[in-house]
Design a protein around this ligand. Sequence first.
Ligand code: GCW
Length: 716
Amino acid sequence: MNMTRREFVAVGLAGAAGLCVGGVAGAGNAVEPPPPPVGEDGYKLWLRYAPPGDAAKNYRPVVRRIRVDGSSATSGIIRAELHSAAAALLGGAVPSNENDLADGTVLVGTPGNSALIRDLNWVADLAAVGNEGFIIRSTRIGNSPVTVIAANTEVGALYGTFHFLRLMQTGRPIDRLDLAERPALQLRLMNHWDNPNGTIERGYAGRSLWQWDELPGKLSPRYADYALACASIGINGAVINNVNADPRILAPENLRKVAAFADVWRPYGVRMYLCANFAAPMRVGGVPTADPLDQGVADWWKAKADEIYGLIPDFGGFLVKANSEGQPGPKTYGRTHAEGANVLADALAPHKGNVMWRAFVYDEDVDPDRAKRAYIEFTKLDGQFRPNVAVQVKNGAIDFMPREPFHPLFGGMKQTPVIAEIQATQEYLGQAKHLVYLGTMWKEFLDSDTHAKGSGSTVAKVLAGQVHPGHLTGMVSVTNPGLHRNWCGHHFSQSNWYAFGRLAWNPELSAEAIADEWTRMTFTNDDKTAAVIRDLMMGSREAFVNYTMPLGLHHLIGGDHYAPRPWNDRALRSDWTATYYHKASEDGVGFDRTKRGDHAVEQYFPPVCDLFDDIAKCPEKHLLWFHHCAWDYRMKSGKMLWDELCAKYQAGAEQAAALQQTWQSLAGKIDSRRHQEVADRLVIQVADSAKWRDQILEYFGRFSKMPVPRASSESK
Ligand code: GCW
């Protein structure tokens, strides 16, 4: 079994050796952090373990020995990671201490694999952190001061180890630790939209990581490296194929390939999930129908589930996109989404598998407004799903727009577990060309108050099962890695993978704290430089919104989902055009979803509903999502809507240019290769932001019939 993260180790050790020189030279002295290496390619993500500068001298007495109890593959991974990370961070190898305990030992284990940890008798504390949580404590065993990383399971110990390493990577104190963590959400999954032919739908970082032709015999070292990266941020599963699912993934020969992955990932706690095509009983099984109420269909799914669990005993379950964008589904047979989900759920239930049934449906016959359709369909079915079904809902009601109000199904489904689907791959957010940190966007979503059970019923609390208690909780991300050497295409897109994992573990973390730790781990621990990078990330999504779709505008794009196409009025469906959404005319712009309009606001609980409905109170960031406003509508700033819109676009383009300037100022502060690669993409971003500004304003100007006021910077 290959679980030794060959590439990471190779790169890690090379890095450690290279970085060692600076680290050792500076040992014991207050030294400047070593100069950044010249050519980092981004492969190591946030697991570079660069020496933390001055802080290292405080770490050495705490990390003088390493002792990882247990003989499983997971314990082996913990051991290898702690050793290679500590060597790199501290500038020299740290000996192991497998048989006794010396002062300054870091001890990792579980009550099951470690007598020392059992003897600590932390029964109640360990019970409180559950299966995946951990405790990290500076304590004494006998007379020896030690640091204990304890968990109920080895995967919990792995998460604790990464937490401990993160403290060192970010220069935090480690000498008086007393912390306990457990993940807020159960399902923390990557959703890959990878096709069997190696392409990735909406992928911007090269071809698929999965080498189907070579499997199951040959296992790319990247599979283990990928799992390690996931585990380092608490991600505990991956759906490896596109929701537009090729049914053949369920064919026996392909399942054997899938099982080979699952074997690699198991010790990292990354469980395997698959997207199932609803018509698979027909397309793979030769059953004459896929009607979920047909006994032959139910039997086929049951036998298929049994076959999968025979190969992958800890298989997680199925994700399904049904009756959406041409995919087959239960409605094809006059059945409901609940009936469709339940036939799969029944097949998985004996094995404790789950179904994630997507709410990304927008049948035209449900309602003329695409934003309303999923809510209408799914709230009708609330209570009809089996307990092992979670409805998987995108953060907003349309489709991963740069800014959307939260989807009203959050809080709106009271008896059915709802899990959130967010998108790290930046399909509508500049893809891998623009520097856009999405932590702020996801926090805006998670902190939104649904008022489902009074004030404080935030989306985060809904997801954690604290509003409508249920037993399945989770958040998944349509995700971004591909074969590109740096995994994500843009170095900063890595931060979105990272932020997803951290938020799925703890949705209450702040976007700023996540940006800060990612920056320190990924680029530099130098306080000043880290602060500049963090601040630039924090403003990046708002800048993107400003130069693309401010004030609640959405879907001003065409088929590539990248360039401005506000004039796009022809597509296979009207709700794939831009004009359907912005409704610009001489009398104004925006979609009237109020109580006088199409009543979409009524899908939200009061007072959210009234807030969105009242033009005077509606947050202006959502204004044109909910209101059709005259071009001379008076904004809170006192400006007319048209002038405000122009100002937003101008500010956005200026913010992109400022981002570029700030980045330039970091030359020499981080390694030159990554600096240059980001700089190259910023050239594109700045040019494209100006294009967005000019093309959108030119287009809307045809309706407003007003001139574009001079930008604030021009009027000086
Ligand atoms: O955002 C849209 C994408 C489609 C995608 C669909 C979905 C996989 O443009 O490419 O299909 O959403 O989420 O199902």
